[in-house]
Ligand binder design. Structure first.
Ligand code: ADP
Length: 620
């Protein structure tokens, strides 16, 4: 039996493990691995991603700056004035057009323009400055001063370079264009003193068909800081205009200028705020992902920045701006930070979710295992009981049959002559037959009870018990009065099946006699008591003995079919484990409840609590 139990349990557990636990573990493990791999892959691409974003941001800023410079590059040299004389024929009078620098909205990012002749000393002829857009007088003055200063600084630095037109400049002149002499002369003349041009109208007309070449260089962009640290970005180009030796002798100053050729420097001041703050922020809002944070040049370090992976962009260096002093190239640095913490917290959430599901699975698997073991135990228990029953029935059948056969043979062979002995043998045969009969009846009763459904009816418990009492008392062994009846007064009617009540009382008394025989161990023997009374409004039938009692662990089991306390081999009392089961079945048929309790002072109380009816009670 032990082997069967262990083997069956092992098989059940193995099947459970292979069919449920193993696949769950494998699938769970694979899912977890995938989760970790995904997380690691995402972390690994973070730097590439951020670098990519930084590159896109940098390119966008560069494109915007390039656009600005290309557009400015298309501006003819003569627009760097308040008004100019457009190419075309010279009419009766000089008709001037207002320069777009004055008349149209300034391009975004430009603070103002300047133009001056490189050959003239600046203190004699200060550069022509046009401040972009309408500004307050204070701002206008500030910008104008800054532009003048920028032009002066360029003059100071670049003189040496630009004086070698054939070498360095040659490569930079990108646009060659020819204009007629009047266009050049008028547009190069001092705006405040155009009278000189007017006086020379006839001479100019003579040169109406004559053209001279202008050479315009690309723009160069320089970043520098003024002595107080103010950042400046200046773009400039060189414009050279070929001279005409014939004009050198001209009496007009305006025309004489064209005699030896002209070198102009023109440029504009770029708003550093636009370049280093607005543009990066604007493009960051367009090209960065949600997990990437733009940290501008003025931003204070953001909390927990040490946990962020960040990329630095130094725009001066990235845009290839020319610098003056070492250290200028780091100006305007901004960063792109990637919030790895967000990825970490997402991973944590996913892990928690996974662990939650895993915990649920573990709980359900454990519950499943417990239920399975319980079910296996129940089945094994049923098998054990059936085995016990078969052993008990075999034993119960064999013993009386053997006794009957023995006595019958002895009588048949005429071994016994003594009439007393003869009587005793007949009596034994009858007793053993009775035992056989009881056994068969019990088995029959059990199978009948399982099928039959008799409705209980109101009845008097006392009356039913009283009808059974004499026969029960007569079964006392050795003439000892071992049974006592105590009938409660004024008991209300209860729902009962008389046959059932009789079976219950007989079984309980028989058990008490078997397992708690009166007078064996006690010097003051107490009889078995069958008592009816009212308890908490219910009619109760108690069968009480002074026997060993029923261990707590066995109290529910003893009412199961074929259940017997202890082991069949060690048990002394005969039985089939059916008696109490029949009691429980009878109770259930009447709607009554059965329980076994400890009796005060030792022994057991088998208590049947009946279902009461509403009908008035009677006295037995
Ligand atoms: P059986 O008497 O045939 O073994 P029962 O169903 O009548 O079967 O009883 C189940 C078990 O309950 C018995 O094996 C016995 O150990 C225990 N039992 C029954 N009545 C008593 C009692 N009055 N005192 C102690 N043990 C009892």
């Amino acid at each position: 039996m032990v082997q069967l139990t262990l083997g069956t349990k092992r098989t059940a557990l193995a099947l459970y493990g292979v069919l449920l636990v193993l696949p769950t573990l494998v699938l769970g493990g694979l899912h977890w691995r995938q989760l970790v791999i995904d997380h690691e892959t995402m972390l690994a691409v973070v730097p590439d991603d951020a670098q990519d974003a930084a590159r896109r941001l940098q390119n966008s800023i560069q494109d915007d700056l390039n656009d600005l410079i290309v557009r400015e590059g298309e501006r003819p040299f003569y627009e760097y004035r308040d008004s100019y004389f457009p190419p075309g024929s010279l009419g009766g009078e000089i008709s001037l057009v207002v320069s777009p620098l004055k008349s149209t909205a300034p391009p975004r990012g430009i603070l103002g323009w300047f133009s001056h002749s490189v050959d003239e000393p600046m203190h004699k002829l200060p550069p022509k400055v046009i401040v972009a857009g309408r500004q307050s007088p204070a701002r206008e003055l500030e910008v104008r001063t800054a532009i003048q200063f920028a032009a002066l600084e360029l003059q100071r630095q670049t003189t040496t370079i630009w004086l070698q037109p054939n070498t360095f400049l040659g490569r930079w002149f990108t646009k060659d264009e020819s204009f007629t002499v009047p266009v050049l002369a008028i547009n190069l003349a001092d705006e405040a003193n155009l009278a000189c041009v007017g006086e020379e109208m006839p001479a100019l007309r003579n040169f109406q068909a004559e053209k001279r070449w202008t050479h315009v260089s690309k723009f160069l962009v320089q970043f520098y800081r003024e002595s107080d640290g103010t950042p400046r970005v200046v773009a400039w180009r060189e414009v050279t205009i070929d001279g005409d030796p014939r004009l050198r002798k001209s009496t007009s100053a305006c025309l004489a200028v064209l005699g030896s050729g002209i070198h102009l420097r023109q440029g504009f001041l770029i708003d550093p705020n636009w370049l280093f703050r607005e543009l990066p922020a604007l493009w960051a809002s367009r090209v960065l992902k949600v997990s990437q944070t733009f940290i501008g040049m003025d931003a204070t370090p953001i909390p927990g920045e040490e946990n962020l992976e960040s990329f630095r962009i130094q725009p001066v260096r990235a845009l290839n701006l020319i610098t003056r002093k070492p250290g200028d190239e780091t100006y305007g640095e901004f960063r792109i930070a990637v919030n790895v913490k967000e990825l970490e917290s997402r991973f944590r959430t996913q892990s928690m979710r996974f662990l939650g599901v895993a915990a649920m699975l573990v709980v359900s698997l454990a519950t499943g295992m417990i239920l399975l073991l319980r079910s296996v135990n129940r089945d094994l228990e049923a098998a054990r009981r059936t085995e016990n029953f078969v052993a008990a029935v075999t034993h119960e059948l064999r013993t009386p049959v053997a006794a009957i056969k023995l006595y019958g043979e002895m009588l048949e062979d005429g071994w016994v002559d003594d009439p007393e002995k003869l009587k005793e043998y007949y009596r034994r045969i009858v007793r053993e037959t009775g035992r056989l009969e009881t056994l068969v009846e019990n088995v029959l009763e059990k199978s009948q009870l399982a099928r039959r459904e008799v409705a209980p009816e109101p009845g008097d418990v006392n009356e039913v018990i009283a009808s059974l009492a004499p026969s029960l008392s007569s079964l006392a062994q050795g003439g000892v009065k071992d049974l006592e009846f105590e009938y409660g007064d004024d008991l209300p009617l209860v729902l009962l099946i008389p046959e059932g009540v009789r079976s219950i009382v007989s079984n309980l008394v028989e058990n008490a006699r078997k397992y708690a025989p009166v007078g064996r161990s006690s010097p003051t023997p107490e009889p078995i008591v069958v008592k009816t009374h009212v308890l908490a409004g219910n009619v109760v039938l108690d069968v009480m003995d002074r026997g060993p009692g029923i261990p707590h662990a066995e109290r529910t089991k003893i009412f199961d079919a074929f259940y017997r306390v202890g082991n069949e081999k060690t048990r002394t009392a005969r039985g089939t484990g059916l008696g109490l089961h029949l009691v429980a079945l009878q109770c259930a048929a009447m709607g009554a409840r059965v329980a076994v309790l400890d009796r005060r002072g030792g022994g057991s109380v088998f208590r049947i609590t009946f279902e009461t009816t509403n009908e008035p009670g009677t006295v037995a």
